[in-house]
Design a protein around this ligand. Structure first.
Ligand code: SAM
Length: 589
């Protein structure tokens, strides 16, 4: 049943209804409840006491829960909260102070009361008043069932966690053994942006990103990450531990940022949970567990929460961030900087108009319109889902390429390709409603991810979204280069031989092992420009045996009816060799 929109058990409701019937003075009611539960100021105002008595005396009602998306509201079930606190206790941890930074319905607080015998003080913070009540009711319930348990001082604050002064609080707990436990909100700033919500920290660019990164995906962050980092900051000199359920991406970001920020955390562990089972969501998440007030550590051991088995360790190996420190040690020989620049494909955020399909010699857009335009600006297009084969020479889709470099004026289309201009102009409103601020103040029909490199005839590409460690050779279509969309990354070549040599190297077991040791399979984008730039193609070419290259070349020739040889191999190596090294060889060093 519900009171103040908060669930309350029959035991709790019955206790309150009976005991409070004789109390009308706020202080006396609060004294009784502190005696029973340890909670200080159970009622903040007399009006709350009166209201609660009224609600309990009339029939108890149930209210439909409002939409709480902006609060990242995924309550931890009691069983899981209990298992987590129990696991912490098994490790010999018996905290005196508990902080639950966004306590929700209070399941971690009650689980802590269940599992830790030495708690002196509990602080819970929650923005949603019904949950504040539900937490208090659950604590009441706990002590009614366990009257002999010792009662810590408990404060449940109806407060915005971003306004809570943890630093000030930390000054009061200097000599105590602290446990920060909980499950901060699962919501990102960009989700909040689309919900028009301001459930955000004041300093939203807390990673100090530059203007362009702040405009693009890099500035997207989970508010759980902000909360976790604020807690590290506030409690860095306090003895204790932190145990928070957060998305795997947040754990990874924290360990990544650890190098620059040097938070005083150590014994960092990630215990993977089954989010589908526990929260019915498809986001990978884990319990981040670490020691506070420790000299900074830069590795994180990963475990399966349920069977306690350790799977791997990720983090920093010297100045390289890797997903598996053990396998990286065997694959690192090709780590470096790729001599050729990996590029991201075209971004236009306007697929309804800019992407075409061709049937019976006619182009059609996603609005099912027959598009009659000049051929010049139309190029074959490949998306992530197209990059399944090793060689592609035909595309299912096409795209209109309005610029040959970022920012180029697009007026020329009007004069040189009037039908194309007419078509684009007819759909001007679709272009104008593109949300991303990168299009603001740019020429009409602007695109991004375009440059000389886009027009190279031969490309070696990979999908950033898929977990397949497979590179594809993209050949020209009717003598025109094929474009890739912005979910893909590629390097371009002027001749097919170089492209084929590159694909042989990139699809080698050596590259796959290296990539597996530096990529995170649960990342939104497994492959990014930063990851791909770490493959030193020159070292790889020099490491690979000639016999392997010859075998692979024969296989590709046979399978795709090509007739390529290794005559250009030495030139390819020269092309990959940085200018400085070329000069050194020239002068006999
Ligand atoms: C993922 S739920 C977890 C709740 C609880 N810690 C648990 O483990 O069951 C996140 C909680 O954070 C609360 N919350 C969201 N934004 C908040 C804010 N700015 N200040 C305090 N609490 C907030 C939500 O109302 C929700 O109860």
């Amino acid at each position: 049943m519900k009171v103040f929109e908060a669930n309350i058990s029959l035991l709790g409701a019955d206790f309150l209804a009976k005991k409070l019937s004789n109390f009308s003075v706020l202080e006396s009611a609060n004294e009784l409840l502190q005696f029973t539960t340890g909670i200080k100021s159970f009622f903040s105002y007399k009006s709350e006491l009166i209201e609660l008595k009224e609600k309990l005396s009339i029939s108890l009602y149930s209210v439909k829960e409002p939409d709480r998306e902006e609060y990242g509201d995924f309550q931890t079930n009691r069983l899981l909260a209990n298992k987590i606190t129990n696991r912490i206790h098994e490790q010999g941890i018996n905290p005196e102070i508990i902080i639950e930074p966004t306590c929700g319905k209070g399941n971690f607080i009650v689980a802590s009361l269940n599992n830790f015998s030495g708690i002196k003080q509990i602080i819970g913070i929650e923005i949603y008043k019904p949950y504040v009540w539900e937490t208090k009711f659950s604590i009441l319930d706990f002590f009614l069932k366990n009257p002999k348990c010792s009662k810590p001082t408990i404060e449940i604050f109806h407060y915005n966690v971003f306004d809570f002064d943890f630093k000030n609080f930390s000054n009061l707990v200097i000599n105590n053994n602290l446990l920060i436990i909980g499950n901060p909100p699962w919501v990102t700033n960009s989700q909040l942006g689309s919900l028009n919500s301001n459930n955000l920290p004041k300093k939203s660019n807390f990673k100090n990103l530059n203007g362009l990164d702040a405009m693009t995906g890099k500035a997207n962050f989970d508010i759980a990450e902000y909360i976790t980092l604020s807690l590290f900051e506030a409690f860095q000199c306090i003895n204790g531990h932190l145990a928070l359920l957060i998305k795997n991406s947040v754990v990874k970001n924290i360990v990544f940022d650890q190098k620059a920020k040097q938070y005083r955390i150590g014994s960092i562990e990630k215990h993977c949970i089954d989010s589908k089972k526990e929260f019915n969501v498809s986001v990978e998440s884990s319990l981040l567990f670490c020691k506070l007030n420790s000299s900074p550590e830069f590795e994180c051991r990963e475990y399966n929460f349920y069977n306690k088995e350790m799977s791997l360790c990720f983090g920093w190996v010297k100045n390289k961030f890797v997903s598996n420190t053990a396998t990286y040690l065997h694959t690192q020989s090709i780590e470096g900087i790729c001599p050729l620049e990996w590029r991201q494909g075209i971004k236009h955020d306007c697929s309804t108009v800019m992407e075409l399909e061709r049937t019976n010699g006619h182009y059609w857009n996603n609005l099912k319109e027959n598009v009659v335009i000049e051929d010049e600006l139309v190029f074959g297009l490949l998306k992530s889902s197209d990059l399944k084969n090793t060689v592609i020479n035909e595309t299912r889709k096409y795209t209109i390429v309005t610029q040959s470099k970022v920012g180029q004026e697009t007026n020329y289309i009007k004069h040189q390709f009037p039908e194309t201009y007419k078509y684009l102009y007819k759909h001007l409103s679709v272009f104008q409603s593109r949300k991303s601020s990168i299009y603001k103040g740019k020429p009409l029909f602007s695109i991004f991810g375009i440059g000389d490199y886009s027009f190279k005839l031969y490309k070696v590409a990979i999908s950033g979204l898929y977990k397949t460690f497979h590179f594809t050779l993209v050949l020209p279509q009717k003598d025109k280069p094929v474009m890739l969309d912005d979910t893909c990354y590629f390097i371009g070549f002027e001749n097919i031989e170089y492209a084929v040599y590159a694909i042989i190297l990139l699809n080698s077991p050596q590259t796959e092992d290296f990539l597996r040791s530096i990529t995170f399979p649960d990342a939104k984008r497994v492959f990014t420009k930063d990851i791909l730039m770490r493959i030193n193609l020159l070292k790889l070419a020099l490491n690979c045996s000639k016999q392997y290259i010859e075998e692979q070349l024969k296989y590709i020739n046979d399978k795709y009816s090509l007739n390529l040889d290794l005559k250009l191999w030495d030139n390819f190596i020269k092309e990959l060799t940085p200018m400085k090294e070329k000069q050194m060889t020239l002068f006999g060093h």
